[in-house]
Design a protein around this ligand. Structure first.
Ligand code: GDP
Ligand code: IMO
Ligand code: MG
Length: 422
């Protein structure tokens, strides 16, 4: 069998968690392949709202295996908090959750380095979630990192101290005040918690399952425009968020990738710094934020809001090989007379283009097309495609025509059951 991949096509928070939860019954295995607790994936069902950071979003369905892949970075403190929170609602995942030996560990000092680096950047800060993501991936590629497999070795504490010492030397450069002790005890408690789960060679395990005919859904974190190679660099995260990241983050070969499900909002949001061509700095942006409850699932920061951006969406579709689109939060756009969609950019050179330029900061204006909105307010109750407002059907057809990719699912509310399969 092949691995299907579900990932975000914008700047993250597209609604990936909700859709993974909806699709989980169709798969045997759900596997996270990159990112770490910078992610916040929200699921809602039976009056429960749950935000997951490290644990895959398939965890609420019984019977499926959930894997934290080698491409993920894990903070034991946050991991334990997530587990403890699940226990309060009587969800025991000890039999369902498996962790790759090759996933890297976020140390308390990685988080401090993240904060020190952002403070030093001043106005040019990335707007990081400050979870230690950048410094941890730097240690991974710099060949200094600690991996989950290391926690089983007898000299783990020495390895930890050696890396900590390197970080302390680096921190001198920043002249940044910090307290490490208050995090360390919780961190080692988290390490003990991780040891209660099955720590495996997940690349062998996954490939074996595929050979046996099992189905796998790879769950992306962040979004394509935050990819370290192709996003709006340097305002990006530190991992490959695109389909290729599922290959390296799980150890599956490119010819084992099956469907690629690209999740996008009916508009755009971004949290953190960096260019955002269709951003609305007016009341309309404020209204979308309010109606869409656009506040970060991980940091609570208000998300910047703007219209759908087709050049950016098409770029994401190209990079990921998207085979079908999943449109989220169309309910939030209810009530707008007109809805705008970006189809091109005006550059500071005077040129107008319909693709993503090397540097998004050179975009000085946006070419929009305007479509009719829909006034029906209670889309959350709509249960079938034919019952959708005519203008929303036209909006979907317009996107399909401009992207040449079918929209296969539309989501009209945060709840599991507010989902229409087209
Ligand atoms: P993720 O990081 O991609 O999993 O997305 P987040 O969970 O960070 O953000 C998506 C937010 O939108 C969450 O608060 C969801 O509960 C909510 N949400 C998801 N789908 C819909 C939808 O179709 N309509 C509305 N109104 N909210 C949604
Ligand atoms: P999910 O999986 C939205 C953003 C941060 C910042 C930049 C770098 O929930 O969609 P980092 O902490 O990685 O150093 O931050 O990336 N960012 C996200 N934005 N959703 C996310 O994850 C994000 N993860 C990181 O706001 O701009
Ligand atoms: Mg999120």
């Amino acid at each position: 069998m092949k691995v299907d991949v579900l990932l975000g096509l914008q700047w993250g928070d597209e609604g990936k968690g909700k859709i993974v939860d909806v699709l989980t019954p169709q798969y045997n295995v759900i596997a996270r392949f990159q990112g770490g607790p910078n992610a916040g994936h929200t699921l809602e069902f039976n009056n429960i709202k749950h935000v997951l950071h490290t644990i895959p979003s398939g965890i609420f369905r019984e019977g499926q295996i959930n894997i934290i892949g080698n491409g993920v970075v894990i903070d034991p403190i946050i991991f334990k908090k997530e587990i403890d929170k699940l226990k309060t609602i009587n969800v025991d995942i000890s039999k369902q959750l498996l962790i790759s030996k090759k996933a890297h560990l976020i140390l308390p000092s990685h988080r401090i380095l993240d904060a020190a680096s952002e403070a030093a950047k001043g106005k040019t800060k990335i707007g990081s979630t400050l979870k230690g993501i950048g410094p941890t991936y730097m240690d991974k590629t710099g060949r200094n990192g600690l991996r989950i497999g290391d926690i089983l070795s007898v000299d783990f504490k020495e390895k930890y101290n050696a890396l900590l010492q390197k970080h302390q030397e680096l921190l001198k450069m920043y002249n940044y005040e910090y307290k490490l002790e208050e995090f360390e005890a919780g961190w080692f408690e988290g390490i003990e918690e991780i040891k209660k789960y099955r720590i495996i060679d997940s690349e062998h395990y996954l490939n074996q399952l595929l050979t046996e005919g099992k189905t796998v859904l790879a769950e992306g974190a962040q979004g394509t425009l935050l990819d370290v190679d192709f996003g709006s660099y340097p305002y990006v995260t530190s991992s490959n968020t695109i389909t290729a990241g599922a290959c390296t983050g799980l150890g599956v070969a490119p010819n084992r990738i099956g469907k690629v499900l690209g999740v996008f909002k009916a508009y755009c949001t971004r949290v953190g710094s960096g260019p955002f061509p269709t951003e609305l700095h007016c009341d309309t942006g404020e209204l979308i934020r309010k109606k869409g409850n656009e506040f970060g699932s991980t940091t609570g920061r208000p998300r910047r809001c703007g219209w759908l951006d087709l050049p950016a969406l098409n770029y994401a579709i190209m990079l990921n090989g998207v085979t079908s689109l999943i449109m989220m939060k169309a309910d939030v756009l209810s009530g707008f007379d007109k809805i705008k969609v970006a189809t091109g950019y005006k550059l500071d050179s005077g040129e107008t283009i319909n693709y993503l330029p090397y540097d998004l900061e050179t975009v000085t204006g946006v070419v929009f097309e305007e479509l009719d909105g829909w006034s029906e307010n209670d889309l959350k109750e709509v249960k079938c495609k034919n019952c959708l407002p005519g203008s929303l059907k036209k909006y979907i057809a317009f996107i399909e025509e401009k992207t040449k990719v079918p929209v296969s699912i539309i989501s009209l509310g945060p709840n599991r059951n507010q989902t229409i399969m087209l």
